[in-house]
Write a protein that binds this ligand. Structure first.
Ligand SMILES: [Zn+2]
Length: 115
């Protein structure tokens, strides 16, 4: 955990960006295009990015990985915009009070269960 006064190597040059702000930013950047394309086509692009993330994880170069994680989150976020889902609200509702399976802050679900 870091505090605002203890920047770590990945955030020291990055201003804070909330998920809400990011979702708004992505909507401004791509919302019109992605609504035009539709959920199905946009989902295909998302899946392509997931594939690129898999490749980057295998190769393990930090810069490449950062870019692919950012792409996957951006495409997921734009799909949420097209589907009219507020990600902050959705995540808070599902994970804000703990694991959805066991309700604990540190999951104690048995390993054979998905969470
Ligand atoms: Zn759990």
């Amino acid at each position: 955990m870091t505090t605002p006064h203890e920047p770590n190597s990945t955030t020291s040059n990055s201003p804070a960006l909330s998920l809400t702000d990011f979702q708004k930013l992505i909507d401004k950047m791509y919302g019109a295009k992605d609504r035009e394309r539709g959920i199905e086509g946009t989902f295909m692009w998302f899946m392509e990015e997931v594939g690129e993330l898999a490749t980057a994880l295998r190769e393990g170069r930090k810069e490449e990985l950062e870019g692919e994680f950012a792409d996957v989150v951006a495409w997921l976020t734009t799909i949420a915009n097209v589907a009219n889902i507020d990600l902050t609200q959705a995540i808070h509702k599902k994970y804000g009070t703990g694991c959805p399976g066991c309700q604990q802050l540190v999951c104690i679900c048995p390993p054979e269960e998905k969470p």
